[in-house]
Design a protein. Sequence first.
Length: 300
Amino acid sequence: MTVLVIGKHGQLAQSLASAGGNDVVCVGRPDADLRDPVSLERVVSSVNPDVVINAGAYTSVDGAEGDAEAAFALNRDGPAILARICAARAIPLIHISTDCVFDGEKAGPYEPDDEAGPLGIYGLSKWQGEEAVRQTYLQHLIVRVSWVFSEHAHNFVRTMLKLARTLDEVTVVDDQVGYPTYCPDLAVGLLKMAKDATKPGFAAWGTYHLAGNEEIDRASMADAIFAASRAAGGPSAQVRGVPTADYRTAARRPLNARLASTKAFRTFGVRLDDWRPGLTRSVRALLSQHAAAPAVEPKG
């Protein structure tokens, strides 16, 4: 099975490359640009994959509020183009989406068929991207993910460790709840879904959730990050929890980001491992990366 991943430098693309080895081909910009149909046509024709995973996106939740044009181009229009290309070649498409398509007001975890209600431009662009894929090509799997972290690229764990190197106390919201998801585990699950989707007679197309299996709030997750860092001899900080209403950001985020993965388990047998061992691995890897990085010469 040859898997073409749209995206190269993000944490999911890097995790898919590590999990899939030579079977996974990751291509990012400019060779595969979601804003450039010609580049997408060219890379799909060149790789001739058995399945495509779209891990490319505009991912800055706050940035999207001031850059809606780019957010919709990458999160809505690009997936529509990619779906048309895959449809013309009968290649299954796995499109990655987000918990931010929901408003976060549900009492329990969100199921794949729950009504969407995005709170901001990022969530709206991702929701419209989902709809574009649904309307363009039947043979798709839309997989929503949430609170993804790893030792790769930008994520919450890296941000907390960076802050702890210069601050004794960090302020983190304590009323946003989700299921943290270790990206290498997510990658393994997605590749299992991809393999099943290429089997003759597969017909379970549609929308799925794939997330970790233990809920926690953001402030408590920050505490867990610092505990893992202290145990490894790394930086730590005190966490001051505050309600989201007192922590102003450009974009609103859902207070409830929990995604129920039951449907993915029933259909594919995929269930992600406990995220805490993955957190320990991520923290240790990030500390090693920081230690190995060349020192920056002071200015002046």
